[in-house]
Design a protein around this ligand. Sequence first.
Ligand SMILES: *Cc1c(COP(=O)(O)O)cnc(C)c1O
Length: 408
Amino acid sequence: MTRDDALALDAVDPLAQFRDAFDLPKGVIYLDGNSLGPPAKTALARLADVGAREWGQDLIRSWNVNGWIDAPLRVGGKIAGLIGAQPNEVTVADSTSVNLFKLAAGALSLQPGRATILSETGNFPTDLYVLQGLAALLPGVELKAVDADDLPAAIDEDVAVVVLTEVHYKSARRWDMAALTAAAHAKGALVLWDLSHSAGAVATDLNGSGADLAVGCGYKYLNGGPGAPAFLFVAERHQGAIRSPLSGWMGHAEPFAFDDAYRPAADIRAQITGTPPILGLAALEAGVDLQLQADPALVEAKGLALADLFIELAAERCAEFGVALASDRSARRGLHVALTHPEGYAIVQALMARGVVGDFRAPDVLRFGFSPLFLSFADIWDAVEILHDVLATAAWDTEAFRARAAVT
Ligand SMILES: *Cc1c(COP(=O)(O)O)cnc(C)c1O
């Protein structure tokens, strides 16, 4: 594979025109859209308009005249189109962590007599921490975390809900959602999927997989902006029965009746807690609108092809420097790739100094994300060229690159 071969792939890339929708800084190859997606030009314009006109001029009338009050359901309904859900099954609300708490508690409310929450060891930390907190709050409820390989066999008649991340945040290994969901249902358990590394990346099909519940992140591949609000999915058949432990006024059947007694909405609105974050929703909606213009199957196929090219070139050119592949190439995968090296942190810093932005995940993982809307095959070729140079010259081997910042 030469750089010309990569350019030839770019020439026939059906998603190539999406690159113009972003204004990435010159000289940067951004391989971290899986951690913080960049702003679409339309998102920045939208933020300016929501700030100056809707907030600044229309003031509180905007809840009605500019559709602010409908934004969680409107944007959720659009996200539904990216994850194989119906529009009435998805809303935007809170953060991924908070949504996990709400839906894991909600799953327990649907499963009287069952007291185990099952997850995998090495799941994203917030998922395990939130579940630990929930179990500590509910007498008798226990969180059991087992190795991924042992997980299907660990689903027994006491498991209320299995909580898994579809695409693992480090290895990128991707669960077979339909198969795991069927295995859980066979034992009477529900499954709560975390789609943080799925939405906007892989062609997840919640309803095609018989999924029960899901949450996901707005600021990764959906490009919703730093701290963007998250989304959640409740299959229509569970709405009405599922209970949210955070019974805020926006989940009430009639929020503006100002009743003393909580009466939950019968639909997905019951999972909205408080006042929606309108500025965050505005940026997220622009990111989602852009994503909806791309066929999810093409997005997944291009992302996997970019990742494959990276793996192939890195194996060919960087293995001699002690870089190993931590993502199983033969497994079902998402759109990022994990390499390992004992000096991974310093190497990631040295790459950033050369314009190649990835991230580091303790203890030794160099992680690179392949967002299909703004990356080209030539970008991947150039990134590996720079990685090779950083390794071959040991440019990473300085005190400055080893000094850890607060956020890795
Ligand atoms: C990024 C990510 C989150 C983020 O949760 P926040 O509440 O937004 O901090 C949660 N779960 C997974 C699997 C993630 O990758």
